[in-house]
Design a protein around this ligand. Sequence first.
Ligand code: MD3
Ligand code: FE
Length: 216
Amino acid sequence: MHTLALFDDEAPLPDQPLGPQAVVLRAFARPQVDALLPCIDAIAAVSPFRRMVTPGGFTMSVALTNCGALGWTTDRRGYRYAAVDPLTGRPWPAMPELLSRLAQDAAEAAGFVGFRPDACLVNRYEPGARLTLHQDKDEQDYGAPIVSVSLGMAARFLFGGLERAQPTQKVALQHGDVVVWGGSDRLRYHGVMPLQGDAHPLLGLQRINLTFRQAG
Ligand code: MD3
Ligand code: FE
């Protein structure tokens, strides 16, 4: 368990295991949140949020951008990581030290030492936006964990098995929660239910998710 308490008079929040090597670190990113939001604005000022088209020809409901050496993209030709933002024709903005540090610290708190993310996908959900059940299979090496930071409105996250048809657990992810997945849980199916609910005090009617990966 990590020992962050939201207030001095509150007990620390227990970590919540989702699988043998997947864990929710409740509120782990809270101390950094005020510093994270300007980082996200700076990233979006260079590489704006945009909705991309899948190989199947659908426009995603989630808008995205990236920072780091590699960024995740999709178009009619497929899903891939690329060093250049297809919208600007320029490299993705560098990954701010604060983000990289946070991802490394979270991985370590979950038992994964030596995590060095080279890609940070920034997903933006507005009400109704969702991510259908999928596996993350576009990375070179499935040995590295994935770290995900949730900000803004709460999401209902779906965590399934290694096959699409297996049952899913629903987990509520709140502002500041961090999830780390690796090892035997790395290729689990997962998704996000359509965003709904009230506006968040800091972020309004949106949820932002940062997903850190060793992609290259
Ligand atoms: C479970 N994004 O962009 S990462 C994605 O809330 C994506 O936007 C989520 O899934 C979001 O691909 C947060 C969640 C995640 C990532 C990797 C996993 C869950 C995982 C690997 C195995 C199991
Ligand atoms: Fe995913």
